[in-house]
Design a protein around this ligand. Sequence first.
Ligand code: MN
Length: 197
Amino acid sequence: MALTAYKEKREFDKTPEPKGTVKASKSKLTFVVQRHHASHLHYDFRLELQGVLKSWAVPKGPSLNPKDRRLAMMVEDHPVSYATFESDIPAGNYGAGHVDVWDHGTYEPIDEDAKVITPTEFAQNLSNGSIKFRMKGKRLKGDFALVNMKKDEKSWLLIKHRDKYATDEAYDSEDYTKKSSLAYTAKRNKDKAVKKK
Ligand code: MN
């Protein structure tokens, strides 16, 4: 795993994004979903694997409704430190626009039978174009799949499995944007602190 493409696309004296290195989290595998209001609003879905964040841009955002098959375009690996990035990428830079953390937490790689597998096995499944994983986030919980559409390497579908966390209601990530973002939490904590004074 390397961050060559990530670094090539960015000028780090012009963007506040982390330069980052290939470095795994200390214990559990992490994930982040970032709401990225660039020229087109989308959600960046990132799963830590082998010291980087494997990344997909999901135009409509993730869904907890198993009937939804959300298009997910694979993009370049990001550094693990990107998971806490929330800021404005200035105009003129790659991905210019606002980035908010929409959800974050840990995940477990699983196999077809929902049994936990090793990161090495998971990486093999990824290169075969089909992965399953169990998410432990605040918004995203339970089992999901990402499946390559085979028409090209970059087009995948993000699908929720039917479990106790699934919903049959229409699911729009935008409905959950503000309350789940770190920017929102930071502001709320600040407001609370001001009230105490
Ligand atoms: Mn993006």
